[in-house]
Design a protein around this ligand. Structure first.
Ligand code: DGJ
Length: 380
């Protein structure tokens, strides 16, 4: 993505105050800008501003990508200027080539906050009833998978209820008929209440597992994975972020089946990103240091159910000991390549968080992620 084309379009945040004539002119100008952008040969430059079809930095953090038909859909957290809490919801962008991205708008919107409900503003609905995804909640790391059986697009995300910090530790589920949405929020809860993992006991490092057995296991940083046989899995940081859980999903991808395994008990892994290469499952994670970067970890297993083996840090190059100042979010298979995706968080100015996309190479059969200032992706 070229930095040079940034913000070339004089956009206004006050579109609704423009006359119809002005709006038509602006739309025409944006189309012109977009058509020019698509003609440019673009490279991927991690850490820079990445403009969308209107020249605005893409706002889809902690994201993941779904390929549906010949189009890629990028879902991620909308971040505000001053807060990482969700004031908008999950954004969706679409692309045919992974470098030119069109803003498809809000895929899953948060609901107006209770504070605004009865204040006479247009956003208030007057119902007096809040929802789990009320504006101001924490909604992170959304991922979407397509279910060919139900023909629905299924979104899972990490949810923290408004005003409760990170204590709710829930996952949320939403569903749509079209990839870009709108998604309908279904429910949020903790995971696998009243169910022990498939390995049963003794388990080791199981204090929090036992504590949360009845009420449900904590569910924070997460991803989704659909295996070659169509089975889907929800992978999330649980047990106070000490242990990852890998939980099987029902055939409609909307619930857990109750079968789950624990991975790296006590290892404190966050930000799981998984892919499968030549029959081996690879998972890249981070340690737990809040918004600050740390050294990536890597695991492999012959089955999603394990056993999982830890390998050295796959990153190479400057700042490889800090994941190039980023934190993993997703691995996208493209043809016979894989793209490692990470976020460079900017907690003081969240909307300015940046993206790292780097190709995964294999050396001696193991994934290696080498820093590149700039690279070209062949999607064909
Ligand atoms: C690290 C997680 O990976 C992020 O998604 C976010 O929850 C931050 N912690 C909050 O500190």
């Amino acid at each position: 993505m070229l930095a040079a084309c940034l913000l070339a379009l004089p956009l206004t945040a006050k579109t609704n105050t423009l006359s119809e004539k002005d709006m038509g002119a602006e739309a025409k100008q944006q189309e012109q800008y977009w058509s020019e952008q698509q003609k440019q040969k673009k490279t991927i430059r991690s850490g820079e501003l990445w403009p969308d079809d209107a020249g605005r930095h893409i706002n889809a953090h902690g994201g993941g990508i779904l390929k549906y038909n010949d189009t890629y859909y990028w879902f991620g957290e909308h971040k505000d200027e001053h807060t990482s809490n969700a004031l908008v919801g999950v954004m969706c962008y679409s692309s045919k080539d992974l470098v030119n991205w069109r803003n498809c708008g809000v895929a899953l919107g948060v609901t107006p906050s209770l504070d605004s409900l009865n204040d006479g503003t247009p956003s208030g609905n007057g119902s007096g009833i809040s929802s789990d995804i009320e504006s101001g909640c924490i909604l992170e790391r959304p991922k979407v998978v397509y279910n060919p059986m139900t023909k629905k697009f299924c979104m899972w995300f990490h949810l923290e209820l408004k005003g409760q910090g990170y204590s709710a530790a829930r996952y949320g589920v939403a569903v749509a008929d079209r990839p870009e949405g709108p998604y309908k929020f279904l429910y949020s809860q903790r995971a696998n209440a009243g169910t022990w993992p498939v390995e049963g006991s003794p388990m080791g490092f199981d204090e929090y597992l036992k504590r949360d057995f009845a009420g449900g296991q904590m569910s924070r940083d997460m991803t989704l994975f659909v295996d070659d046989d169509g089975k889907a899995y929800h992978i999330f940081s649980s047990e106070e972020n000490f242990t990852l859980h890998i939980a099987e999903l029902t055939g409609d991808y909307l619930h857990h089946t109750g079968r789950y395994t624990r991975m790296a008990p006590g290892g404190q892994n966050e930000a799981p990103a998984i892919f499968k290469h030549d029959g081996t499952y690879w998972m890249i994670t981070s340690g737990c240091t809040g918004w600050a970067p740390n050294e990536a970890r890597m695991f492999s297993a012959p089955s999603i159910w394990g056993p999982w083996t830890q390998h050295p840090n796959p990153c190479r190059g400057p700042k490889a000991d800090k994941t190039f100042e980023g934190q993993s979010t997703f691995v996208l298979p493209v043809g016979n390549q894989y793209i490692f995706m990470a976020d460079i968080w900017r907690p003081k100015h969240p909307i300015d968080a940046r993206y790292i996309w780097l190709p995964i190479e294999f050396e001696d059969g193991k994934p290696v992620i080498r820093w590149r200032d700039e690279w070209t992706l062949e999607t064909k």
